[in-house]
Design a protein around this ligand. Structure first.
Ligand code: SF4
Length: 361
């Protein structure tokens, strides 16, 4: 069995580890590029959102590389994300590829168990044992990456050598990728803070803080959002995302953290009464939470053509005005220009810097 899954942020690191321990051969999805986005855009219906196009191009390349099973987190939700797997499978079959579609959803558990048993030649005891080991390794890798990325976000605005800080995050992520030993993964996770703390600092005394909210894929995947976290970090702005790959797997994949959903619902209620799909309600809630926590601004990213992201935007702008927090909406698609986005980020950084100075003086 040669399994592939769509690329999103750093999620492939944990998923690859988990699937290998389960006994599957993994066809790693290629990192997103403009060429892959264009390939997906050519195959997809024109008005589909850019995450669909990018992951479609991604899966096309995986099938060319020999994948015979495509795995998707899937479901019947208000947002079309839940149908990505089935729609993409149809398009890819029309292109002549043959493969099995593995939908990771709660009402398909028997099918998932059958696949795990097949990987273990039908032996239940080794299937159970390998599943426990696989989830442990997947969890350790995912939490290690979460810790590394979180320390990186904090360190970058204060780092004297931004490139050195970016090199360190790449090195640590590579260490996580190449080991499957629990003790090594725990050590990498537990020493990440000290390794970032050891970097020379630039002496900056005030770091501006911005919350990054919006559609999951656009928040998590640096290729789509033009690496907002690193770019703004280099401008001296700490960007805290509402979702990371690790949190997405727990939050959306396994539907954990119901408390946070409830909290966002309560916070957003004066502005947004119910979720119309995607991350609309969570985005309003996180914006209001950021205002309460005295962040300097909120950046709201969503794909062009994303219904929930588009309809919630005027409400987000009003909530930001009412709560006196700077707000930058960014609509992204395969035609977005890097220069245009970076110029707006620079202008936003300068605006929040001036606002902070006005309030401090
Ligand atoms: S939230 Fe928007 S962009 Fe994301 S899958 Fe749904 S419609 Fe597409």
């Amino acid at each position: 069995m040669r399994v592939a899954f769509p690329h999103m942020g750093s999620a492939p690191i944990a998923l690859e580890g988990l699937l290998r321990v389960l006994g599957a051969e993994v066809v790693l999805p290629p990192k997103p590029t403009r060429e892959i986005t264009e390939l997906g855009a050519r195959l997809a219906p024109e008005m589909m959102c850019v995450p669909f196009k990018l992951t479609l191009g991604n899966m096309f390349r995986c099938l060319e590389a020999g994948a015979d099973v495509l795995a998707y987190v899937s479901g019947s939700w208000s947002c079309r994300f839940g149908y990505y797997g089935r729609l993409q499978a149809q398009i890819l079959r029309d292109e002549g590829f043959q493969f099995r579609l593995l939908e990771l959803r709660h009402d398909r558990i028997p099918g998932i168990v059958r696949e795990v048993l097949r990987l273990n030649r039908g032996r239940m005891s080794s299937a159970v044992l390998n599943s426990v080991r696989a989830f442990r390794i997947g969890w350790l890798k995912s939490t290690a990456v979460e810790e590394i990325e979180s320390r990186f976000r904090e360190a970058l605005p204060n780092a004297r050598d931004a490139r050195g800080c970016c090199r360190l995050v790449d090195t640590l992520i590579q260490e996580v990728r190449t080991t499957s030993k629990p003790a090594a993964l725990t050590r990498i996770r537990d020493t990440a803070r000290a390794r970032f703390d050891a970097l020379p600092r630039n002496g900056r005394t005030r770091v501006l803080r911005v919350k990054l909210v919006g559609e999951s894929f656009c928040v998590i995947e640096p290729f789509i959002n033009f690496d907002i976290i690193a770019r703004m970090g280099e401008m001296g702005v700490l960007v805290e995302p509402s979702l990371t790959s690790h949190r997405w797997i727990g939050f959306h994949g396994f539907r954990l953290n119901k408390g946070e959903v409830g909290r966002m619902r309560r916070l957003s209620a004066p502005y947004w009464r119910y979720c119309v799909g995607g991350e609309d309600q969570n985005s309003v809630g996180h914006l209001l939470l950021a205002a309460q926590r005295r962040f300097d601004g909120v950046i709201h990213v969503h794909p062009f053509g994303c219904m929930p992201g588009t309809v919630v935007q005027p409400t987000m702008a009003k909530a930001a005005r009412d709560n006196n927090i700077s707000y930058l909406p960014l609509s992204l698609d395969e035609h977005s220009s890097e220069t245009g986005v970076v110029t707006r980020l620079e202008a936003f950084a300068s605006l929040i810097e001036k606002r902070r100075r006005r309030h401090v003086v």
